[in-house]
Design a protein around this ligand. Sequence first.
Ligand SMILES: Cc1cc2nc3c(=O)[nH]c(=O)nc-3n(C[C@H](O)[C@H](O)[C@H](O)COP(=O)(O)OP(=O)(O)OC[C@H]3O[C@@H](n4cnc5c(N)ncnc54)[C@H](O)[C@@H]3O)c2cc1C
Length: 288
Amino acid sequence: MKPVSFEYFAPTSVADAVSLLQEHGPEAKLLAGGQSLVPLLNMRLARPTAVIDVNRVEGLDYVREDGDALAIGAMTHQRTVERSELVQRVNPLLHAATRLIGHPQIRNRGTVGGSIAHADPAAEYPAVALALDAEMRIVGPNAERLVPAADFFVTYLTTALEPTEMLTEVRVPALPQGTGWSIQEMTRRHGDFALAGAAVTLTMDGGACSDARIVLFGVGATPLRVQQAEERLVGERVDATLMSEVGREIKTSIDEPLADIHATSEYRRNLAGVLTERALVEALERAA
Ligand SMILES: Cc1cc2nc3c(=O)[nH]c(=O)nc-3n(C[C@H](O)[C@H](O)[C@H](O)COP(=O)(O)OP(=O)(O)OC[C@H]3O[C@@H](n4cnc5c(N)ncnc54)[C@H](O)[C@@H]3O)c2cc1C
């Protein structure tokens, strides 16, 4: 199929991109790597009147260490993150998550900012952003703001971005000392979106867990942080029995996930528990 006709713009600065968003209103769409937007255009599920291609905007393609965090420009290709030794060293969870996104061809074109702004609930980056307390730098017509991941993902494919705003940077804190991590997912075929997944970090201090993060993806309208399960772990000497109990509790405590042609809601719920337990086991090994 072919997209509906639209006006095409290719600004070279963030200021110009934002002013085009302002001029064309909510019917305008930014185009980054096109790996989600172009299929939507071709299927006419998105019908923008203006497409603002931000691939020529300068200065948004970088990965650098900034204090205790990684600063990643929104237009950085996922492949750059995958190949970055800095990311692998400072945040191996983010690195591992990147390798689960689609196929190399998708990661060559897909951007970090595009994945976060698109906010697919089964995508790896939004889940990892939530688990790691990432912050999104957003530029609008009059101001710039930093939005924590906990406030950024609003509902299915919907974020805190206003129609006149552009995501310019994602700031991901380094994993603290003594932190183990894991990301586990189940896909029907290699490279597919996950049917369900779990991203976990466990920080161990003197044999006890001092911090735990459990974020599920593919089971709700946004990535889902399971604080109740995290609280079961904090302060405890985590062992196989506790991890298995947490996995079992997740199966019964989360709201009914969406059913579709790929999986029933019961299957997704069960998967969430199994994958959480697997992720906890791996994260504990890494913390040690
Ligand atoms: C076959 C296939 C398999 C895939 N598998 C996976 C997978 O397993 N996991 C996964 O996470 N993803 C997967 N993807 C999606 C891929 O990760 C996309 O790259 C990503 O969802 C969107 O990034 P993009 O740069 O291509 O953005 P685009 O497609 O260009 O844009 C996506 C949306 O974000 C908006 N947007 C883009 N950049 C910005 C910005 N800087 N500020 C504000 N809004 C912006 C656009 O307006 C659009 O609405 C897959 C895609 C394909 C085609």
